[in-house]
Write a protein that binds this ligand. Structure first.
Ligand code: MTE
Ligand code: MO
Length: 504
């Protein structure tokens, strides 16, 4: 019995440290939610995100897919909890040093919070709530740590109580989540003079299983670095256009939506979309032409870039040519006839046909600085991605799926189809190669212009057994997709998509 006591003893302190730390983190996260601000846990996770080398970040994101954000936040919390356990153990002999350790962690959290844009008093309050809860609980629990068996029950009751209160605080904070609710409500009230677009009558090729030509807002791919989605009231949004211009502009949301809207179909694509991947979507966007705004501002000669900044501090550099030529580069306020969803940039985002999202499609955009590429680095160029990111001509096979098993029709034919894109250049031709044979031209669906993807399809006679199909597109500049497989870094993947399947 006696020899066991020290061992148990340490476990109680570890538990005290864990519970105090967990309650502190919960307190700060709950306060952050309730006050619609960041919490130190998220801020530290964002710090880790911003300091992970670019190529490594991409590999990790590909490895864990859409779990990247939850995983990053969870592992940050786990590291913090491990530190909390350590401080609990330290408190057994050196309670003052342990409390000092908590203060140091709190200071680091505060520093990470202050590094984020748009942190106000609320974010600082969230840190202090967490810090206070952590220290007070550590002090209390360490004093109550059981020395004798008879005291264990009391201790566990306190620990259980703390856990319940922390859970409640998190639940309450989530429920309050005042900012997001208010913004969702403001979004629901908006009545924008926009339309939802009419799909070209022949957009859909007659091969079942090809991804829908129009992507619904719910199915639209989502890529961003935001660990918590910015909640911005339209009434508090404005954009500043400045830098190498004759007159600086500041435009509020009401001023923006009072202007003439341009509308059109645009297929957005992510530079990290691998061959055959689905980080590409097509929707009808409505907004105000950037070139009109730049004209009003009066761009100086010598400017070659616009440095865009989002509300949450993400940046990208867009060639000024793509924002001032005849393409529909807009500050978009709606997608498929509805105000942008929060996760796609509400209330205003940039959309530029022909460029990958990482150099153009700023969500929650609040600042445009007319400048020169030689004068800045943006979020992804700092991490090794190219300065310029025109979308590469590509094509994808949707059916049959790779490794799939299909049935031939009664006529012995099998449908093959997918999508091809060369935004702002246009697709001329799509060809399909079956089992290494000659290239056969596929039928193309209709498109409104060159800024969207195009469906392609054909039916081929196939005997039962296994087959291989490859696809390649040729764009209207005459370029045919190279078979050379290239990784997504630094400016987009190349290569032919191919699938193997069997016919039953
Ligand atoms: N504020 C902000 N805007 C952003 C990003 C981001 O991380 N933050 N990511 C860009 C990238 S890489 C892409 S591909 C598109 C994706 O837009 P979507 O999520 O609406 O599809 O947004 C772009 N705009
Ligand atoms: Mo992207």
């Amino acid at each position: 019995m006696d020899s066991e006591t020290p061992m148990h003893d340490r476990r109680w302190y570890a538990l005290a440290g864990f519970v105090a730390g967990a309650a502190g983190l919960a307190g700060s996260v709950a306060t952050g939610w309730a006050l619609n601000t960041t919490s130190p846990v998220i801020a530290v996770a964002e710090f880790v995100r911003d300091h992970t080398p670019g190529p490594l970040a991409i590999k990790l994101v590909h490895l864990v897919k859409h779990l990247d954000k939850p995983l990053l936040i969870t592992s940050t919390a786990i590291v913090m909890l491990a530190l909390a356990v350590g401080l609990g153990l330290l408190a057994r002999r050196h309670p003052n040093r342990a409390e000092f350790g908590v203060v140091v962690i709190g200071a680091l959290g505060l520093w990470a919070v202050l590094l984020q844009p748009h942190t106000g008093v609320a974010a600082v309050i969230a840190v202090f709530v967490g810090l206070l809860a952590w220290i007070l609980l550590l002090r209390t629990l360490v004093m109550k740590a059981p020395v004798e068996v008879g005291q264990r029950r009391d201790f566990l009751v306190i620990v259980g109580g703390v856990a319940v209160v922390s859970g409640l605080a998190l639940w309450l904070g989530r429920a309050v989540d005042a900012g997001t609710r208010a913004v969702e409500a403001a979004r629901a009230k908006l009545r924008l003079a926009v339309t939802s677009g009419v799909e070209p009558a022949n957009a859909t090729v007659d091969v079942p299983g090809i991804e829908a030509w129009r992507t619904s807002a719910d199915n639209f791919y989502r890529i961003d670095t935001a660990l918590s989605i910015p909640a911005i009231e339209p009434s508090s949004w404005s954009i500043r256009i400045h830098g190498m211009v004759d007159r600086e502009l500041r435009i509020t949301y009401d001023q923006l939506i009072a202007r003439k809207f341009s509308e059109g179909w645009v297929t957005l694509c992510c530079v990290s979309n691998p061959v055959g991947g689905n980080l590409i979507s097509n929707a009808y966007f409505s907004g105000v032409l950037v070139r009109d705004l730049l004209k009003e501002a009066g761009v100086h000669s010598g400017a070659d870039a616009v440095l865009q900044t989002s509300y949450d501090g993400w940046t990208c550099g867009t060639p000024i040519g793509a924002l001032t030529d005849d393409r529909m580069a807009i500050l978009a306020v709606a997608m498929n006839g509805q105000p942008l969803p929060l996760e796609h940039g509400f209330p205003v985002r940039t959309v530029v046909p022909g460029l990958y999202g990482y150099v153009s499609a700023t969500k929650w955009v609040v600042d445009m600085e007319v400048t020169q590429f030689s004068k800045f680095q943006a979020y992804w160029t700092e991490r090794g991605w190219s300065q310029e990111g025109p979308v590469k001509t590509e094509s994808r096979i949707d059916v049959p799926s790779n490794g799939g098993r299909v049935h031939a029709g009664s006529d012995g034919m099998v449908g093959i189809g997918g999508v091809a894109w060369a935004q702002h250049t246009g697709i001329q031709r799509v060809e399909v190669q079956v089992d290494g044979g000659p290239w056969q031209q596929a039928q193309l669906g209709g498109v409104p212009d060159n800024d969207t993807w195009v469906q392609w399809g054909l039916r081929v006679p196939l005997k039962s057994g296994s087959h291989q199909v490859a696809v390649r597109a040729t764009d209207k500049s005459g370029y045919t997709q190279t078979p050379v497989q290239h990784d997504v870094v630094p400016n987009g993947a190349t290569g032919w998509d191919a699938v193997g399947f069997s016919v039953a």
